[in-house]
Design a protein around this ligand. Structure first.
Ligand SMILES: Nc1nc2c(ncn2[C@@H]2O[C@H](COP(=O)(O)OP(=O)(O)O)[C@@H](O)[C@H]2O)c(=O)[nH]1
Ligand SMILES: [Mg+2]
Length: 304
C-alpha cells in the first residue's frame, strides 16, 4: 500500500501521456541524479510505459489514447529523504476524460476510488490549446462589423433577423462546447461533495507544452491570462487546498509522430541532446530544470 495517492486529471490532449512517458524515462534512466523522487517499486505490467517512454526518448510524439480500452497508467515513486512511497495514477482512459465526466455527470467505477483517495491532484492544461472562452465583449472588440443587429421590438422580426444575421447558420450548443476552464472548475467543485468527496490537500497545475507558452512571464501569469476562472477558483479556495502552478515542457519542443516523420519540427535540434532527460524543462517553485518529480513530491507532502 502506498503512503500517498496522487491523481492525474486533464482533458484529452492536455499532455498527460507525454508527461508519463518522460517521467518514466527520467526515473528509469537516472540521467539526472538529483530528482526530488526516484523510481519506486513496480511489480505490475509496465510494458505500456516502456513502450511510450522509448517512443518519447527517440523524439517522437507519443500516441494519444484512442481506443476505449482501459489503459491505466500508474507510476510508483519514492522519496528517499522521507521514505515515503508515492503512487501516481493517471485517469487516462479514452472516454473517461474530464469532458465526458462533465457532460454525463457519471464517473466510471474504476475511476471513483482514484478520486476518492487522492491526497493530491496533478491537473493538466495545455499551452497548445487556443483560448476557448472569448466573451461576447472580446468578440465585439475583435470583429466590430459582425456585431448582431439591435434587437427589434417585434419578436417575429427579431427571429428572422437573427437567423439571417452575420455569417449565418446558428450552431446548436452541445454541452462539450463549454469552455474547458468552466468544465474544470465544475469538476473540482462537484468532486468535493457527495458522493465522491475528493478533498486533496494540494493541487499542482501543470501547464504542458510550456515551450509554446509564447514568452509568458510565469506559469501563474499564463494561467491568470488564459484561464482566469480556474485561476480565481484556485486562489479563492486557498483555505481548502494549496495550489502551485508549474510550466512543463515534457517533450522539450514540437516533435512529429513517427507516422508523419517529415513534418517540420524541433526534433533534429532536440536530438543533439543525447541524454533525453535533459530535453525536459520544468519551470516554477525551485524545481530542478528537468525534474518532473518536483510537483509530485510537493503534492505528496515531501518537503524539498
Ligand atoms: N510542443 C509541445 N507539445 C507537447 C508537449 N507535450 C505534449 N505535447 C503535445 O500535446 C499533444 C497532446 O499530448 P498527450 O500527451 O497525447 O495528451 P493526453 O491526451 O492528455 O495524454 C500531443 O500532440 C503532444 O505531442 C511539449 O512539451 N511540447
Ligand atoms: Mg493520453
Amino acid at each position: 500500500m502506498s503512503d500517498r495517492e496522487i491523481m492525474v486529471l486533464g482533458f484529452q490532449a492536455s499532455g498527460k501521456t507525454t508527461f508519463a512517458a518522460a517521467l518514466w524515462h527520467l526515473v528509469d534512466s537516472r540521467e539526472i541524479s538529483d530528482t526530488a523522487l526516484v523510481k519506486g517499486r513496480h511489480n505490475g505490467d509496465f510494458q505500456y510505459l516502456e513502450k511510450i517512454s522509448a517512443v518519447w526518448a527517440e523524439g517522437w510524439a507519443v500516441d494519444r489514447t484512442r481506443s476505449q480500452e482501459w489503459l491505466p497508467i500508474t507510476i510508483n515513486l519514492r522519496s528517499l529523504v522521507s521514505e515515503t512511497d508515492v503512487r501516481l495514477s493517471f485517469v487516462d482512459i479514452a472516454g473517461e476524460t474530464v469532458e465526458r465526466i462533465f457532460a454525463t455527470r457519471e464517473v466510471d467505477g474504476r475511476v471513483d476510488p482514484l478520486i476518492r483517495e487522492a491526497s493530491g491532484l496533478l491537473l493538466f492544461v495545455s499551452a497548445l490549446r487556443p483560448i476557448d472562452d472569448d466573451s461576447i465583449v472580446d468578440m465585439f472588440l475583435a470583429y466590430p462589423d459582425e456585431a448582431p443587429p439591435e434587437p427589434a421590438d417585434d419578436p417575429v422580426e427579431a427571429e428572422s433577423d437573427a437567423s439571417s444575421a452575420g455569417s449565418g447558420e446558428a450552431v446548436p450548443f452541445k454541452v462539450e462546447m463549454t469552455p474547458q476552464q468552466v468544465q474544470l472548475v465544475d469538476l473540482l467543485d462537484s468532486f468535493a461533495y457527495d458522493p465522491l468527496e475528493m478533498r486533496p490537500a494540494r493541487i499542482a497545475v501543470i501547464i504542458s507544452a510550456w515551450d509554446r507558452a509564447h514568452g509568458a512571464s510565469s506559469p501563474e501569469a499564463w494561467l491568470e491570462d488564459h484561464m482566469p476562472l480556474l485561476f480565481q477558483y484556485l486562489a479563492t479556495h486557498s483555505d481548502e487546498f494549496q495550489t502551485r502552478i508549474y510550466g512543463v515542457s515534457a517533450q522539450g519542443g514540437h516533435v512529429p509522430s513517427k507516422e508523419n516523420s517529415t513534418e517540420p519540427s524541433d526534433r533534429a535540434e532536440m536530438l543533439k541532446q543525447p541524454e533525453a532527460s535533459r530535453r525536459i524543462k520544468v519551470v516554477g517553485h525551485g524545481a530542478g530544470d528537468h525534474d518532473l518529480t518536483h510537483p509530485i513530491a510537493w503534492l505528496s507532502g515531501v518537503e524539498n
